[in-house]
Design a protein around this ligand. Structure first.
Ligand code: AQP
Length: 326
């Protein structure tokens, strides 16, 4: 069976962008792939954080994934720091990453411009992400559109490594969904929805109550032309809502735009909110039924399996780069 790998940062409340762009596909792909999902806590340390919060956000992220349908009997779900080989492989890959390649990565620029302190970890974030993926010889990486550039770099690093040291890594493909690959902020539909957005009205958390979901959709920024139409350039707010509703109902944005074209924004927004409430309610209910103890047990068991899976690959890598053990 081919393998998939993907990760989420425990940096706050996961939002509907994370769910529609990534988590939902993680759940669906478990049927046909050997799946490894990771709470990437080493990545979360690249921006300012409180150590006391990290435990809560790690458990919460794992609990949300289990509630959304990640099945620990079929997939691994653990935290990145449980498998030290992620960091070791990142170092080795870092030694063959040209500075020019890292300078072109937009995430570092975006984060530092948004006020996050610059540090080596944040700058080298894409190298650690490449290590996460390559460590398990993943063939496919289901992610949102914002990770496209990092995936390209991962492919490039795998090729560089293979060319120099022998064919060790498969070249992984990105799996980016056709709709909702970039769910936009509800307050600025030209920017992606993000956990780190300080404006609470900009996003909807996966665990938000139905009333909060309805309020957020009602206050979503749109435009003054009352026609519901899919046009990401002229009507980014309405297009974003159409994509959200399309992802929740399985209907195309064109079909939805036809149905709601003349119904007015109020009626359309109510329909979007109800579709979202229907999609999120089972996850919220399942989340409530899981205990922190259950989640820790899953992480513990999966972490052990992750270390066992990574060990033979790291032996091969060390030997290939000239670090054979004694
Ligand atoms: N808006 C989004 N639309 C679709 N997919 C998204 N993803 C993230 N945002 C969207 C995908 O979710 C997975 C986990 O990503 P993450 O943990 O990096 O989430 P984030 O929301 O990007 O996190 P932060 O902490 O808020 O970071 P910034 O500030 O960079 O946005 C990934 O597959 C991602 O593609």
């Amino acid at each position: 069976m081919n393998r998939i790998f993907s990760g989420v940062q425990p940096t706050g409340n996961p939002h509907i962008g994370n769910y529609l762009g990534a988590f939902r596909n993680w759940v669906a792909l478990q049927d046909s792939y050997d799946a490894i999902y990771c709470i990437v806590d080493l990545h979360a340390m690249t921006i300012d954080y409180d150590p006391a919060d990290l435990e809560k956000t790690r458990i919460d992220a794992a609990k949300i994934l289990l509630a959304a349908g990640v099945d620990p009997d079929r997939s691994l779900l653990y935290t990145q720091s449980q498998v030290p080989a992620h960091a070791e492989l990142a170092w080795i890959l870092g030694t063959m990453t040209p500075m020019g390649v890292l300078n072109r990565m937009t995430q570092y620029k975006d984060k530092t411009e948004a006020g996050h302190a610059s540090n080596l970890g944040l700058y080298a974030y894409p190298v650690l992400m490449a290590a996460d993926i390559l460590l398990y010889r993943a063939n496919l990486v289901p992610v949102g559109d914002d990770q496209r550039q990092h995936l390209e770099m991962t492919r490039d690093l795998a090729e560089r490594f293979n060319n120099r040291f022998g064919d060790i890594f498969p070249i992984p493909d990105a799996y980016i969904p056709e709709t909702s690959a970039r769910v936009m902020s509800l307050q600025d539909p030209t920017a992606k929805m993000s956990k780190s957005d300080v404006n609470v009205k900009a996003s909807i958390s996966i665990l938000d109550d139905p009333d909060v979901v309805r309020k957020r959709i009602k206050s979503a920024v749109t435009d003054s032309d009352p026609i519901v139409r899919y046009d990401t350039d002229d009507k980014p707010g309405i297009s974003n809502l159409l994509e959200i509703m399309g992802a929740c109902t399985g209907r195309s944005v064109e079909d939805l735009a036809d149905e709601y074209a003349d119904s007015g924004y109020g009626v359309f927004k109510e329909a979007v909110a109800e579709a979202l409430v229907e999609e999120l309610t089972p996850i919220r209910e399942a989340y409530k039924s899981l205990s922190n103890g259950d989640v820790r047990q899953v992480l513990h068991t999966s972490g052990e399996k992750g270390r066992d899976l990574a060990a033979p690959l790291m032996r091969e890598v060390r030997k290939a780069v000239g670090l054979k053990g004694y």
